[in-house]
Ligand binder design. Structure first.
Ligand SMILES: *[C@@H]1O[C@H](CO)[C@@H](O)[C@H](O)[C@H]1NC(C)=O
Length: 362
């Protein structure tokens, strides 16, 4: 290569990059895919990290590993919550965005994803602290010595989940992405990130063990533990249903409720700006993969019914035969013997065709 060519490449490369990627749909969400590699490689291979996140990544590689493993946990929870819906929190195998362009939208669904992902980070870090997996944290150091509750006095003992550490780190890491240009979407994301962190804290519960003469409970040891992540998922799902549409206020420093008839959002509420697409068709710009091929329920009258799920396009039916246990009998004592039976079920999947044309918006 002659030097002139090298000069041109060096000179133009950054410009080209800017032109080709005006707004990249990348995020730390992608860390789930690369968390198995070494930390130096990982921190440089997640294109969505901003400088501050990259610094934290290099400084706390073990926490990044925990965050990366946590990605599959909160995406699974998201998919569970939306399993009967057209938008089902499906992650994309290819591309470094996990949810496609959904990350660039400000819909109710993006509000949910931001909230549950930030909740997932709190949960994963806090649990790792308690399990002694991290050098930088352990059980809550403030839950020590004697204390009191409505049942009387007790001693803090065992390991209380250090949720304050989880929340602090999650805020520093996840929110860093939104701190640069504080545009409308950044404000929305910050709000929903916070709602997600608070949701985890809401389900902290106090567990106690009784001591004393024959379990008389004259002495109690207690600790604080996080609830199951399902509880956080259920809670955020209810918040999704009641999410509040907002608009930027006049001076652009915050938002106000779009329809004055509705209540103002509290820190626990999810907020969004734009109405959702119907998610019927594949539309990359809208972050929709469409419902072609989705399984629907012919007898249901809800969101998973074939009518709603397939958006009126109709469905295909496949008869599937599987081997199942049947006619199980209990034999004294103690065994259960079953027969193998063939079981036939009809599985309905949404069509992607209408009038002989493949429906695909992009
Ligand atoms: C289909 O929906 C009906 C009614 O809601 C429900 O009882 C049934 O379990 C569903 N079937 C499947 C396979 O989910």
């Amino acid at each position: 290569m002659n030097t002139l060519l090298v000069d041109i490449i060096w000179f133009h490369a950054p410009v080209l990059l800017l032109v080709l990627t005006p707004e990249t749909a990348t995020s730390w969400w992608y860390m789930g895919a690369v968390s198995s590699s070494s930390s130096r490689v990982m921190c440089n291979n997640v294109p969505g990290l901003v400088t501050r996140q990259r610094q934290l990544c290099q400084r706390y590689p073990e926490i990044m590993h925990v965050i990366g493993l946590g990605v599959s946990e909160w995406t699974t929870e998201c998919q569970h919550q939306f399993r009967h819906h057209r938008w089902n929190c499906k992650t994309l195998e290819r591309g470094q965005s996990l949810f496609g362009k959904l990350i660039l939208r400000s819909s109710r669904e993006s509000a949910f994803v931001y909230a549950i992902s930030s909740a997932g980070v709190v949960f994963a870090i806090t649990r790792a602290c308690s399990q002694g997996e991290l050098k930088s944290c352990s059980c809550d150091p403030n839950r020590k010595g004697p204390s009191k509750d409505h049942r009387g006095s007790f001693d803090w003992g065992g390991c209380s989940d250090n949720i304050d550490y989880g929340i602090k780190f999650a805020r520093a890491f996840v929110d860093a992405k939104e701190r640069k240009g504080k545009d409308a979407r950044a404000l929305m994301n910050l709000h929903n990130n916070m709602a997600g962190r608070k949701a985890v804290k809401r389900f902290m519960k106090q567990d106690c063990k009784c001591h004393g003469v024959s379990g008389s409970c004259t002495v109690r040891t207690c600790w604080l533990a996080m609830g199951d992540f399902r509880k956080t998922g259920d809670f955020l799902r209810r918040k999704y249903n009641g999410a509040i549409q907002v608009v930027m206020n006049q001076d652009g420093t915050g938002f106000t409720v779009a329809n004055k008839k509705f209540k103002k959002p509290t820190p626990n509420d999810l907020v969004y700006f734009e109405n959702s697409p119907d998610y019927c068709l594949r539309d990359r710009e809208a972050g929709s993969v469409g419902t072609a091929g989705r399984i629907c329920n012919q007898t249901s009258r809800g969101m998973d019914s074939c009518e709603v799920m397939c958006c009126g396009r109709g469905f295909d039916t496949a008869r599937i035969t599987t081997m199942a246990k049947c006619e199980c009998k209990f034999h004294w004592c103690c065994a259960v013997h079953c027969k193998d039976c063939l079981e036939t079920v009809d599985v309905h999947t949404c069509k992607g065709f209408r009038d002989g044309a493949w429906i695909d918006k992009t």
